[in-house]
Design a protein. Structure first.
Length: 297
């Protein structure tokens, strides 16, 4: 039986959605990944050890093909790894400003590079209420919340702009900071509702001009808490427009400030509106190359 020879692979660590010049959510980025097998990509992602690593290959239908691997498995999309990849390629002079596209296992999505910002396309929102009282109680219990600690007049709701997240509106920042997420119950809820994760948020922010502050828990994908989640900020921006009557079309979401240790992130969301209704959106931000290393697979 033929044995595959080990390969040395250069992996870059890029922090996406940095707030100012620091913080952000680190993603692995591997360029020129055409020759790697899925098993090799998984092995590289495990050695990089971050929540997601993006692998760049040639594409016949888009600017490039992106595949995303957690240390556990391949996933269809990853917002911060997408922003990290396109930002890195722009900074290396491999891409110009303007319109681009990424091919993924779930289809082709539009990308825009605007100066030092990169943005990714998401779809119009779909909302799904939690009809069962028992299910709503399980959500609150999984976060250590009382019903009175939710934002007045609001309830948890699933919002999907390409990936589904359970949005949990919290009354204030003190309560958001004091959440006690129970990973096993959150994972069970995520499996049951087919979620990426739970996105808890409040309207109080650390910096002026921001519209919400959020925390994201995705144990279904091995992520206890994430510093910046573009695929979740999109649904939240839709909720803010549709349920909190924020006109937009440009909204900003803070994340990572309440982690231990903090890793401040900010995600900009530009809503695309037709007759006042959301027809799609672009979510993105800035990214910074932090380090590069060689791994063997």
């Amino acid at each position: 039986m033929r044995t595959m020879r080990a390969m040395d692979i250069q992996a870059h660590v890029v922090n996406a959605f940095i707030d100012g010049d620091s913080g952000g959510n680190p993603a692995g980025v591997v360029l020129d990944a055409d020759a790697l097998t899925p098993a090799q990509k998984l092995a590289v992602a495990q050695q990089v050890g971050l929540s997601e690593t993006a692998f760049v290959s040639r594409s016949a239908v888009a600017t490039l093909k992106l595949e995303f691997f957690t240390p556990r498995q391949q996933i269809a999309h990853c917002g911060h790894a997408t922003i990290a990849t396109f930002s890195l390629l722009r900074q290396r002079g491999a891409l110009d400003e303007g319109q681009h596209a990424k091919e993924t296992i779930d289809g082709v999505r539009a990308i825009v590079i605007d100066g030092d910002l990169a943005f990714m396309e998401q779809r119009a929102p779909r909302y799904r209420a939690l009809e069962s009282t028992a299910l709503r109680e399980r959500v609150l219990d999984s976060l250590g919340l009382l019903p009175t600690q939710l934002a007045p007049g609001q309830a948890p709701v699933v919002v999907d702009t390409g990936n589904a997240f359970l949005l949990v509106p919290i009354a204030d920042e003190t309560t958001l900071a004091a959440l006690t997420p129970q990973q096993a119950p959150i994972e069970a809820l995520s499996d049951e509702l087919d979620l990426i994760g739970v996105y808890a948020f409040c309207r109080t922010t650390r910096r002026p001009g921001r519209d919400a502050a959020a925390r994201m828990f995705a144990p279904r994908y091995g992520i206890a808490e994430e510093a910046g989640t573009g695929m979740a900020a999109g649904p939240l921006a839709c909720w803010l427009h549709d349920r909190a009557n924020l006109a937009g079309p440009r909204l900003h979401v803070e994340q990572g400030w309440l982690m231990r240790p903090p890793s401040p992130s900010v995600i900009r969301v530009d809503l695309q509106l037709r007759g006042g209704a959301i027809s799609g959106l672009m979510a993105g931000g800035r990214a910074r190359l932090m380090s590069s290393r060689t791994v063997r697979c």
